[in-house]
Design a protein around this ligand. Structure first.
Ligand code: ADP
Length: 192
């Protein structure tokens, strides 16, 4: 089994690379951002609460995210032909990382590695502004992007240390072409 966390600042390319990784290694791709946006589109109670946090560049409360992810793993692994999981956008806080241990154990899984996509801040802002021109996402505007980057430094970066201590952290240079970056990721996975 290959159970991967893909991590990095907003705009670092987690979603793009996850799509390539899941196809090559036959993994179940779970993006907490996508799961939340699906709840918003379905106008569920949960979606309504999540929407206000997302549009403000804030994180959705940990307990809500952990429930969503638990449900998503249970539902999707029923048709279990996957070789593992790729978690995209989770864990985003140390509390989520701690909860993930229990969650993986409950589903009989163990984490293989955290891949951290490292991208310069100016490039991140550039990519997100560009994405905002077509994504229609409420959080892809300059003011909210700046807030998301602050939240990332304050709450999500400490997650890297959590996995460094476990010897499961691998940094991937996230600048360059999509193919180049994907090549670096495959190399890191094959070394595991
Ligand atoms: P990006 O990585 O570009 O910020 P995502 O789609 O991963 O985009 O997340 C969009 C928003 O959804 C986040 O800014 C946050 O409000 C919410 N979100 C996603 N994942 C989590 C999480 N694990 N914990 C809390 N909030 C989350």
């Amino acid at each position: 089994m290959l159970n991967i966390i893909i991590c990095g600042a907003p705009g670092s390319g987690k979603g793009t690379q996850s799509a390539l990784i899941k196809d090559k290694y036959n993994l179940l791709h779970l993006s907490t951002g996508d799961l939340l946006r699906a709840e918003i589109a379905a106008k569920s109670d949960l979606g309504r609460v999540a929407e206000s946090y997302i549009a403000n560049g804030q994180l959705v409360p940990d307990s809500m995210i952990i429930d969503i992810l638990d449900k998503a793993i249970s539902e999707r692994e029923a048709a279990d032909t996957y070789n593992g999981l790729i978690l995209d956008g989770f864990p985003r806080t140390v509390a989520q990382a701690e909860a993930l241990e229990g969650l993986l154990k409950k589903h009989g899984k163990e984490l293989s590695v955290l891949l951290d996509l490292a991208v310069d801040e100016a490039e991140l802002v550039d990519r997100l502004i560009k994405r905002g021109q077509t994504s229609g996402r409420s959080d892809d505007n300059l003011e909210t992007i700046k807030k998301r980057l602050d939240v990332y430094h304050e709450k999500t970066e400490p997650v890297n240390d959590y996995y460094k201590k476990q010897g499961k952290y691998v940094a991937i240079p996230g600048m360059g072409s999509i193919d180049e970056i994907f090549g670096r990721i495959c190399e890191a996975i094959e070394k595991l």
